[in-house]
Design a protein around this ligand. Structure first.
Ligand SMILES: Cc1cc2nc3c(=O)[nH]c(=O)nc-3n(C[C@H](O)[C@H](O)[C@H](O)COP(=O)(O)OP(=O)(O)OC[C@H]3O[C@@H](n4cnc5c(N)ncnc54)[C@H](O)[C@@H]3O)c2cc1C
Length: 470
């Protein structure tokens, strides 16, 4: 059955007239995520905005009965066109499902509805004196979306990604039935990991309506260490030596001068490390200042031995925020010229080699490929630019950037596969990387994913076409 007047009336009976959109002007905001190109823009036939978990189940039941494809949407901050609707389908936006269900300090846990944002999670954790470590860069991402993409962020090296913090989920299945998976406990050995199956499933196996997340005690002290190096390889190669000293910073970021220069201009601030062509930014946390300062001292020693040109310690909050402020603006600064932000992940020992490979591609194709990333967990972000980039200024458009984009993309993905890495460390597959998945994980693994999809969603109504085609 098409999404026609009758269908919209039935949907409005479930979510109320305010909860259903069908005017083109209202649908536009739901036709894309943050993927830079408009290749995958697709207006849904309608957007349903349920305000309760029962209404989510009602809409999914209606979709199941009428065969209408349904794509869940959280904050729409995804970077792989995963929350874009099927041309005949609807978007189910979780934005009104935004309640804190329970802050549970005794169990170091918090239960929230799927539309609760990362910013709200951080605040709610802080209100009970605890801390939620995962931090994907856009705080308007929502709990359900972060689980559905298994989001990561800079702190994964010490704390892991979202999957390490999911204790329980409430999920509406393709039939419209609701199931509770997991709970507020740390361990379980009770058959197949149905909850784990939902993590990273990009809305293709179920609609997440509630999430219980683990929290940790808040660190007593945080220090930031910044060290410039002559080359990005020298910066990255010092990381294993740091980890081998038994010190795990909660973030280890490498940034190249060309990318930082753009962010400096955008925020009108100066990156404190002026020498060299790359910097290593390390963040340490621990119970008190003495502990963290002693770790910072040990790290400084290792980096000096490995060729750091300087060691800068940001020991007060303003200084730390200034450095992080510039770092967090890199993507924003490059965005007007960015075609795609890659998020490949390679084994730690392969990071420097992969970054050198990216530099060779810059020469081969004559395109700027500013690169930065999480130096200790192997997650490398390369921006494919369609404009020239000099001293932090975006210049003229590169004439044949489209064909270069496809070629660079394939070469980058082939290189990470050769290095036994993967094509997405944290942003997901969506539509943007779908055609490369089989090369990465093999046809048998894709076939296994298809059989799981068929078992859980026999009519194929949940976010069809994402991750793989049926
Ligand atoms: C500036 C910027 C910086 C970023 N930095 C990072 C980073 O450091 N690390 C990182 O991992 N990501 C990062 N991202 C990407 C993005 O924030 C994450 O992928 C995030 O987890 C997406 O959450 P969302 O709520 O916006 O999901 P959406 O974009 O709305 O959806 C993403 C996917 O999840 C599905 N989905 C959404 N909600 C549900 C639900 N309730 N049930 C089932 N499926 C659902 C959608 O169908 C889609 O497949 C960044 C994005 C931007 C714009």
């Amino acid at each position: 059955m098409p999404v026609d007047k009758d269908w919209l009336k039935r949907a409005a009976d479930i979510v109320g007239p305010d909860g259903i959109l069908s005017d083109v002007s209202d649908l536009e905001a739901y036709g894309h995520d943050e993927y830079a190109l408009d290749t995958y823009v697709q207006l849904p036939k309608s957007v349903a905005k349920p305000a309760t978990e029962e209404q989510v189940a009602g809409i999914v039941q209606l979709c199941a009965e009428t065969g209408v494809p349904v794509t869940a949407r959280g904050g729409g901050t995804g970077l792989s066109a995963a929350c874009v609707s099927d041309p005949h389908g609807i978007v189910l936006s979780l934005e009104r499902l935004n309640k804190l269900i329970q802050a549970d300090p005794d169990n170091y846990a918090i239960t929230v509805q799927a539309g609760f944002t990362l910013e709200q999670i951080n605040k709610a954790a802080e209100d009970i004196g605890l801390f939620f470590p995962p931090h994907p860069g856009d705080e308007s991402a929502m709990a359900g979306g972060m689980v559905a993409t298994n989001a990561g962020g800079a702190r994964a090296v010490k704390y892991g990604t979202i999957k390490h913090f999911v204790l329980g989920l409430q999920v509406v299945l393709a039939s419209g039935e609701t199931v509770e998976l997991g709970g507020s406990f740390m361990k379980s050995s009770i058959g197949y990991g149905l909850m784990e199956l939902m993590i990273g499933s990009e809305g293709t196996l179920g609609i997440i309506t509630r999430v219980t997340l683990a929290l940790l005690p808040k660190p007593g002290s945080i220090q930031t260490v910044l060290a410039p190096f002559d080359t990005v390889s020298a910066a990255i190669e010092s990381v294993p030596a740091i980890l081998n000293r038994g010190i795990i910073p909660f973030a280890v970021e490498f940034v190249e001068r060309s990318a930082i220069a753009c962010a400096e201009r955008l925020v009108d601030r100066s990156w404190p490390a002026r020498q060299g062509s790359a910097s290593l930014l390390l963040m340490l946390d621990g119970p008190d200042e003495e502990f963290v300062l002693s770790q910072a001292g040990a790290i400084a020693e290792v980096m000096e031995e490995r060729g750091a040109l300087d060691i800068l310690l940001a020991d007060n909050r303003e200084r730390q925020e200034e450095i992080l402020g510039i770092r967090s603006m890199i993507y924003e600064a490059l965005r007007p010229g960015t075609v795609e932000l890659f998020d490949v992940c390679v084994p730690r020992s392969q990071i420097a080699g992969h970054v050198e490979f990216v530099h060779d591609l810059e020469q081969k194709y004559q395109v700027p490929l500013p690169t930065y990333g999480h130096a200790a967990d192997g997650n490398v972000h390369t921006n494919f630019m369609r404009t020239r980039l000099e001293d932090g200024v975006l210049g003229q458009e590169i004439p044949d950037w489209q064909s270069k984009h496809e070629a660079v993309r394939r070469e980058i993905f082939d290189d990470v596969i050769r290095r036994k890495g993967n094509i997405s460390g944290e942003h997901g597959i969506g539509l943007a990387k779908r055609d490369y998945l089989a090369n990465n994980i093999g046809r048998t693994n894709v076939a296994l994913m298809r059989s799981i999809k068929k078992a859980l969603d026999p009519k194929g109504i949940l976010n069809p076409g994402k991750i793989f085609t049926l």
